[in-house]
Ligand binder design. Sequence first.
Ligand code: NAD
Length: 515
Amino acid sequence: MGSVNTPSGSSSTSCPALRDAWAANTLEKAEALIKANSASSTGTAGLVMHNFVGGSYVPSENHIDSVNPKTGQVFAQVPVASADQVEQALQTATQAFKTWKKTTAAARSAYLRRVAQLIQDNHELFAVWESIDQGKTLARARVEVDRAISNFNYFSTFILHQSTSARMIDNVALTYEHRSPAGVFALISPWNMPLYLLTWKIAPCLAFGCTAVAKPSEVTSMSAFLLAEVLRLAEIPAGVINIVFGDGPTTGSALVRSPLVHGVSFTGGTATGIRIRRDTADQIYKHLSLELGGKNPTLVFDDVDLDKAVETAATAAFENQGEICLCGSRVYVQSGIYDEFVSRFEKFVRDNFKCGERVGAVVSSPHYAKIRSYLELAEQEKATFVTGSIPPADPKNGLWIDPVVLTGVSTKSAVMREEIFGPVVTIAKFDTEEEAIELANDNPNGLAAVLLTKDAARIRRVGEQIEAGLVWVNCWLVRELGTPFGGMKNSGTGREGGEYSREVFTVVRTLHIPM
Ligand code: NAD
């Protein structure tokens, strides 16, 4: 396959929104398209996305508005796939599984490389629409497109180097483990890193020989819509990956409950994860991988290089306007350097995290209102706003919230305990290592943590006691795709990445061969 970068054939031309969006592969062109659509006689309907089932674009009757958070304008319509449409997509995936599961690892690897190449060929197209849809900066969106490409490249080679275990029972039998694809998957993703997180599921699903019906968040569906075209251009056999759009109660729920689904790989909020577990409780055969919310601590000890620590802690707090599940939103600083840290942190944030530059708009009006409600609570509880303030209740020109740094927040406050998932960070003090560990672990979540110290012995002493699936020492967001990704406590169950993804997407049987 060459570097095809235009959609062709009846399948894509049957969906005008795809044709139009695909041609708008720069920010200028995309903005012009949105403007032209909003001025047209069809009103503000904008781009009407379609589901992607069996290699074709299929419309739905009902739609949800998709809003550009930076302007507050509706620019697209997201289909809400009905329960019947979900069932049809699952039947298509079930049919496709019969042949896809028999393909060789080498063949699947080649497909994954084609997908990676096609995203690479259309890099700016994906970055531009992701930025418009999610509110993130274009620079941040470009990084996430790179990461989506890495997801496919990583699993394309991972599956070429598989091994298995064999055991002997003396003079009795040889036993060995044999893996096969687990079946049809429901792949469900959230709105904060739409393309990156959906491809983190689609890539291993394809690689390990499974088929799927994927559902992105109804809040940010645009990059999944474009990805459908990439899958078609890569000639992934029809029905292997289907993408349906819609909300949780209608589309997501029908998807996870269907008996045709053998596994659910879900990333999203803890409440939804609990719901999915309940909804599938009597379908014991289903593999469940639940990657859920976080309220992650950053511990700053008094031996650090202060400027470096400030930069790492601020980046961990405010990257993607705090809308990354791994963001460090509770900063704890050792008392000897506390005042100096807070003062430098405030300056660094003011200088480096400006709305419209490094900080994007928050994703939606309900999310804006949620973040705002926590800031009102902080004010009622007499927290100090070191920088930032409560944004207006009725924003006129997009959903912008300047970074907020709070001190004086009680450990019992919801502001300190619950995931706000926006540009809000609390800073508090500790004296001893024991206290630091206690504060870090004083939360129902356990996704990630940042540990800032130069003391090599402390790195292990403290790091190995933090209740989090990922602990970053003097760094943040460094990822190797074979490492187990996932959280402890309420942050989820199961791990994904490399051989951990193999656990999710395959089943193992042991063969016993007598002597
Ligand atoms: P959400 O739980 O509201 O929605 C996530 C997805 O689940 C969406 O596609 C939604 O439509 C779907 N959904 C909702 N109800 C459903 C149901 N009953 N059955 C099936 N699907 C359903 O989460 P969100 O608001 O989109 O995302 C934010 C959350 O995601 C935060 O808590 C964040 O920490 C978390 N997150 C976690 C990770 C991780 O790797 N652990 C990564 C990114 C985001």
